[in-house]
Design a protein around this ligand. Structure first.
Ligand SMILES: [Mg+2]
Length: 304
């Protein structure tokens, strides 16, 4: 990717990063692009680790459990990836139902591997849900592939109509795969919303749900390290979100009070970034540039 007039100067990038103590990283377009690691990103993540700067990788990819994803990314990038450092739209939805519908029966339409995120929660099959006289506590719609059948969606619809809470991983109507344009699970969410006349709680990006979860995890990690000292409590403005999508990453991060740093290693180039109405705190070519800028600011980041 080329850099151009839209990118932030090195000095301004260092100013934007002043006081940043933790990161939220998008995966596609920041760590990897089209399945291959982005130049310098594995080394940049290794440097964050070495400096003791906590981070979470936040992605809307939701057809697998985080441990599966960690293994894939680890294999593709050659860097060790810990499943606990990843938050997917599926894990965010599972954390949401654990917090808001604890102990309640759930109908979760997702890929079987991603459904492992609900381990310990009461997940019913569509038939089990349909056989009950009371509605389930919540219906979760995710990337279930062929399980997003008429039959299962009709059962989900009836549960929702009877009063179940409506939770969804994302509202993306389509995405690009090796097949080309591919129908995504968000199209079914939009259809159910139209049929019901009410909106789902979205847990993946650009929803604040997933960002708040990342912030809570980063806070807990730093507090655990510092023995829970309130003086060191991580403020939301001390966390930078690094993403390649001006709307789904940057605008969404800015709305919850995070710093938003746009990188040009994925979806948009400098010209598109300049045309966007979203105003990131900084624009730079890649995660490597951000970590390089940190290296030139001794003592301002990472209470290692
Ligand atoms: Mg991305």
């Amino acid at each position: 990717m080329t850099t151009g007039p839209a990118t932030t100067s090195d000095a301004a990038l260092r100013t934007a990063l002043d006081g940043v103590r933790a990161f939220i990283l998008d995966a596609d377009g920041v760590l990897m692009y089209r399945g291959a690691p982005i130049d310098g990103s594995p080394a940049a993540v290794a440097e964050l680790r070495r400096r003791g700067i906590p981070y979470r990788v936040v992605t809307n990819f939701s057809s697998a459990h985080r441990s599966t994803l960690a293994a894939w990314v680890g294999k593709a990038t050659g860097m060790p990836v810990d499943a606990a450092e990843i938050i997917t739209a599926a894990s965010a939805a599972a954390a949401y139902t654990a917090a808001h519908h604890a102990g309640g029966p759930l109908l979760v339409l997702s890929a079987p591997d991603a459904r492992r995120e609900w381990a310990g929660q009461q997940v019913l099959s569509p038939d089990e849900a349909d056989a009950r006289t009371e509605p389930v506590a919540a219906v979760v719609i995710g990337d279930a592939g062929d399980d997003l059948s008429y039959r299962n969606l009709d059962i989900a619809f009836r549960q929702l109509k009877a009063g179940a809470a409506f939770v969804a991983m994302h509202r993306n109507p389509w995405w690009m795969t090796p097949k080309g344009f591919t129908l995504d699970a968000g199209a079914y969410v939009l259809g159910l919303e139209a049929a019901l006349g009410r909106r789902a709680v979205i847990c993946g990006k650009p929803s604040p749900v997933v960002f708040r979860q990342a912030v809570a995890e980063l806070r807990a990690e730093l507090a655990g390290r510092d023995g829970g000292s309130t003086e060191s409590r991580l403020r939301i403005g001390d966390i930078a979100m690094v993403g390649d999508d001006p709307k789904a990453d940057i605008a969404a991060a800015l709305r919850v009070g995070l710093l938003g740093i746009l990188v040009l290693s994925g979806k948009v180039d400098a010209a598109e970034a300049a045309r966007s109405r979203v105003r990131p705190d900084a624009i730079t070519d890649s995660l490597a540039s951000i970590v390089h800028a940190l290296e030139n600011m001794p003592g301002t980041s990472g209470r290692a």
